[in-house]
Design a protein around this ligand. Structure first.
Ligand code: NAD
Length: 428
């Protein structure tokens, strides 16, 4: 990244990380915002940041402390909305960037939310189930003052799942004195969760993948697909592409890289991951020791679905895919974006490609408020329609302005956010 950005006093230039990537993306969209550019600084400053200490008693009687965050980036268009991540590399910069990308994503698909995100710096694999529950409940109690069904609604992200959401919902409800199912989404169905939510992000990746493939004249049947991250997003996306006749030729997770030119058996791989916690050791493909070789795999569609800043200036040039579907948030740096653009690779940005999750989270929240639940068919049809419309609008704008899909998505989204900002005016 070439540009030096103004660093908030609570981050050093060295720590700017993913937040710096986001600022660069905002700089790139600013020339297209017309008179709304007057308000653009709003997007460069998170509305509210809460840093919390999360102490727990470990099973052996010792006390452990973890650092937790909840960042509400923007609430101009509605309550904050965004996931909670448990990962050993979580930083404030990362949570800030993820919260900002939620603002952009929610506006890009036009769901009535602002953007927020949370996280705890912890490797949850080192905790027992009891420790995990105590940590989740203490974190929820600490951020209790700023979350709520009309204020800020957390959801699952990396290393958090339906069980974690159930504990968050229960803790918040206990503090309130009544059951508040709408405080989180991604809950178990039995607690007011929505059918189709677990698969929603991966399904959305698949839906926009089909749209992008049609634009490029690529047949999904027989297309070669490579997926980084085989969790909620990557695992489901891989399954849906395989079911549609594509060949999943490479999968990488935090431990291992597995390739198979004739196509992996995705159902068997999923069963292996459920049992062993990783793709490592899967017998239906070849393990590759050099992790960087994943980016050179011969494929048509590449789906980064793990963490930020994976596609960089160091590997972008080696990528052979025609289409990249950003299942992860922030997987591509601005420098890599430029290289991919010059190579003619079509990048469907995170704020569109992975918006299926928050879209069905929105459906879940609406269903919780009305206490009336929809069928899975209804959910999937509405999801597909919203994803196609969002992709179509961004595609058309990108053609009109001769910009990338990312810049077009940011134009659509930032315009919506800043129009809301302008119409609300500044208080007081
Ligand atoms: P997950 O915890 O279910 O899965 C994460 C996967 O990434 C695992 O397979 C893990 O092994 C792999 N991984 C972790 N570190 C890695 C590394 N260094 N190299 C390669 N693989 C690595 O998480 P998820 O919910 O699937 O989220 C994945 C991405 O999708 C994140 O960027 C998240 O923010 C984004 N996302 C998730 C949702 C959702 O609904 N879950 C919605 C939108 C975006």
């Amino acid at each position: 990244m070439s540009t030096q950005h103004e660093v908030p006093s609570y981050l050093t230039q060295k720590e700017i990380g993913p937040w710096g990537v986001y600022l660069e993306q905002i700089d790139r969209v600013t020339p297209y915002l017309g008179t709304l550019a007057r308000w653009v600084e709003t997007l460069k400053r998170p509305k509210r940041i809460l840093v919390v200490d999360v102490p727990i008693e470990r099973d052996d009687g010792s006390i452990a402390h973890f650092e937790g965050y909840r960042v509400q980036h923007n609430t101009s268009r509605g309550p904050g909305k965004g996931g909670v991540r448990f990962h050993q590399d979580v930083t404030l910069s990362e949570v800030m960037a993820l919260s900002a990308w939620m603002t952009v994503k929610n506006a890009a698909v036009n769901v009535p939310y602002g953007g927020a995100k949370g996280g705890i710096r912890v490797d949850p694999k080192t905790l027992s189930i009891g420790e995990l529950q105590r940590m989740t409940r203490r974190y929820t109690s600490e951020i209790n003052i700023i979350i709520g069904p009309n204020k800020d609604i957390p959801a699952p992200d990396v290393n958090t799942n339906e069980q974690v959401m159930a504990w968050m919902m229960d803790t918040y409800s206990m503090n309130q004195g009544s059951t508040a199912s709408g405080v989180v989404t991604g809950k178990p169905i039995s607690l007011g969760g929505s059918l189709g939510r677990r698969e929603a992000t991966g399904r959305g990746v698949y839906v926009v993948g089909c749209e992008a493939a049609a634009k490029r004249g690529l047949d999904i049947k027989g297309a070669k697909v490579a997926v980084q991250g085989f969790g909620n997003v990557g695992g489901i996306a891989a399954r849906l592409f395989a079911e549609a006749g594509a060949k999943v030729v490479a999968v990488q997770d935090h431990i291992s890289t597995i390739v198979c030119d004739t196509g992996l058996d995705v159902a068997a791989l999923q069963a292996h991951v459920t049992q062993h916690g990783s793709v490592a050791g899967f017998g239906g493909g070849d393990a590759v020791n050099d992790r960087s070789r994943f980016w050179e795999v011969d494929c048509d569609i590449l789906i980064p679905a793990a963490l930020e800043q994976q596609i960089t200036e160091a590997n972008a040039d080696k990528i052979r895919a025609k289409i990249i579907l950003e299942g992860a948030n922030g997987p591509t740096t601005p420098g890599a974006d430029d290289i991919l653009h010059d190579k003619g690779v079509l990048v469907v940005p995170d704020v569109i490609a992975n918006a299926g999750g928050v879209t069905v989270s929105y459906f879940e929240w609406v269903q919780d408020f009305s206490s009336f639940f929809w069928t899975e068919d209804e959910i999937n049809q509405r999801l597909t329609r919203i994803m196609r419309e969002a992709f179509g609008a961004v595609w058309t704008l990108a053609q009109e302005k001769n910009v990338s899909l990312r810049t077009a998505a940011f134009i659509v989204a930032c315009t919506r956010v800043l129009q809301a900002r302008e119409m609300r005016g500044l208080y007081p």
